[in-house]
Design a protein around this ligand. Structure first.
Ligand SMILES: Nc1nc2c(c(=O)[nH]1)N[C@H]1C(S)=C(S)[C@@H](COP(=O)(O)O)O[C@H]1N2
Ligand SMILES: [Mo]
Length: 531
């Protein structure tokens, strides 16, 4: 009872020599598993706390998740986006947590007699964490401190917990059993609570050092050339279409970033280099002090299936990309504007499209009257009307290289998507859903053919004749149009379809195409019941 000055091992030996036969040689399975789980918690929490200071993306858990996103096969990513949408990231994080807890339990169970097997097991995963952080393009060498600390916390924590559990078991045989069990419980609870506090502290500190503070300090961004006012009949929201402008909070989001890149405006710069006469670097102040132009543009994701939700419209504020490139002087032979985000995402946009004065390709710093939201690319992103996001709309952009198609292969091209990806003329039915009263039924929805414009939308019921729909006010060819139409529906089940014709005279094809490699096609058809 008074042997508290003994080292643990000594005490075990003493005990063993006192009663060699009855000494427990193995931890009970539950206790062994708990040892593994608590060591995992200690490892992740300490890594997260250190990451709060060196860049939250260096948190081993998040870095492994981001690496998984980049390494995942294209079919899995496409599935994740279509099945879970913007929730794909939450699904990944929860799935990783489940896998890690299972592995931690395994680490505990293979170490019921000695801590070493579990320590090795934990160590291998710690090394994977270090590799994941090392290979993240946006993290410097200093960021490696986070997974290294995590590795030590895991391996040493595992041994400490294991020894404590062993000693406690021995003590239970030879000492006051309830007191010893109580000590063990206090230690384990302490580690669990401590890990929670340390991880929470990391989260709190990390989010205090983020871009949001810088964003709220940007102040008003005033356009020299504002967008036209939006007429009241630009949407048919009362009939079930989206509003003409999408609120920032509702704007669809698609990206590979598990942790939002945090760049403060004062730390941001954009470098233009490659096949140019002179390399230029712009700061945020350089950009915001130029005459700012506002344009209304509908962005759309190539992963948007027929009838899908990955399309939204905003007023974007920024400067002409052609102007910036003109100052750098694009050399003959340049084909591709290869843009890179701070998190390593890349996109390739055709140079003629970017330089076309009529196209309105922009470097954007504002969205719907606010500085660009962090999740949409703060401090700056690209927007090129008429092209799918993956070939044009790089968020958190920091580097523009003027180059050729052979020299650089952007992120999604490497993963089987097309090099060129103009947005396809499409339409969607938003109303009705479900059951409606029989008789005159109003259909409503959207149609889009960015940078070409919508000329006509038609609907049909149950394979009957096509009837023209009424279009909303024409605001710009770069944005969607809303439509509505009435059909006569007798009681029973019905099918309604929609198709659009754009201003080039092209009638949207009914041929079904999947989203891979360059965007879905086909007429959107819904079913509803008239009662
Ligand atoms: N840095 C970065 N920019 C990115 C992406 C990305 O994964 N990372 N995804 C692109 C894709 S596929 C689309 S559709 C648009 C979506 O922009 P939004 O999230 O603002 O709607 O961003 C583009 N820009
Ligand atoms: Mo996309």
């Amino acid at each position: 009872m008074l042997r508290t000055d003994h080292a643990n091992n000594e005490r075990v030996n003493t005990s063993l020599s006192e009663a060699p036969v009855t000494a427990p040689s193995r931890l009970p399975a539950g206790l062994a598993a708990l040892t593994g789980v608590l060591a995992l918690a200690a490892a992740l929490a300490t890594g997260h706390l250190v990451a709060a200071f060196v860049g939250i993306g260096a948190s081993p858990y998040l870095a492994v998740g981001n690496a998984a996103i980049d390494l995942a096969p294209a079919w899995l990513k496409d599935f994740a986006v279509s099945a879970f949408g913007t929730g794909d990231k939450a699904v990944l994080l929860v799935g990783m947590a489940v896998v890690l807890v299972v592995l931690a339990i395994v680490a505990g169970l293979i170490s019921r007699t000695r801590p070493l097997p579990g320590q090795w097991f934990v160590g291998v995963f710690g090394i994977l964490g270090i590799i994941a952080v090392y290979t993240r393009p946006n993290l410097g060498q200093v960021a490696l401190i986070a997974p290294v600390v995590s590795l030590f916390a895991g391996v040493l924590g595992f041994r400490a917990l294991h020894n404590a559990a062993m000693n406690a078991l021995l003590d239970e045989r030879f000492e006051d059993a309830p007191r010893s069990a109580g000590r063990r419980r206090i230690l384990f609870t302490g580690v669990a609570v401590g890990a929670g506090l340390v991880g929470g502290l990391g989260q709190w500190i990390g989010s205090g050092r983020d871009a949001e503070g810088s964003r709220s300090a940007v102040g008003p961004l005033v356009p020299a050339r504002p967008a036209p006012p939006i007429p009241a009949d630009a949407d048919f929201a009362k009939l079930g279409t989206p509003t003409f402008l999408t609120a920032n909070a509702d704007f669809y989001r698609v990206d590979t970033a598990l942790v939002l890149p945090q760049i403060r405006a004062e730390d941001w710069s954009l470098r233009i280099h490659g096949m140019v006469d002179r390399e230029i670097t712009y700061t945020y102040a350089d950009i915001r002090n130029r005459p700012l132009v506002e344009r209304i543009v509908t962005l759309c994701c190539v992963s948007n299936p027929v009838g899908g939700p990955y399309i939204s419209t905003a007023t974007f504020l920024g400067v002409d990309l052609a102007g910036l490139l003109g100052e750098a002087g694009v050399r003959p032979g340049a084909e591709q504007l290869y843009s890179t985000s701070v998190d390593g995402f890349t996109a390739g946009t055709p140079i003629p499209t970017v330089l076309d004065p009529d196209r309105g390709a922009m470097l954007v710093i504002g969205m719907n009257g606010e500085p660009l939201p962090v999740e949409h690319g703060f401090p700056a992103r690209l927007v090129v009307p008429g092209l799918y996001g993956y070939v044009s709309a790089t968020k958190w952009v920091t580097d523009l290289e003027v180059t050729t198609w052979d020299a650089r292969r952007p992120y999604w091209l490497e993963r089987g998507w097309a090099q060129r990806a103009p947005i396809k003329t499409q339409s969607r039915i938003d109303a009705p859903h479900g059951a409606v009263p029989a008789g005159r039924v109003r259909l409503a929805g959207i149609a889009w053919a960015q940078h070409t414009g919508i000329a006509r939308v038609e609907v049909r019921l149950d394979g009957g004749p096509w009837r023209p729909a009424t279009l909303s006010a024409d605001v710009t060819d770069d944005a969607w149009r809303m439509w509505w139409a009435e059909v006569d529906a007798a009681p029973g089940g019905h099918q309604a379809s929609v198709r659009a014709t754009d201003r080039s005279g092209y009638l949207q094809t009914d041929e079904f195409a999947d989203v891979v490699p360059d965007g879905a096609t086909g007429w959107h058809t819904i079913t509803f019941t008239a009662r």
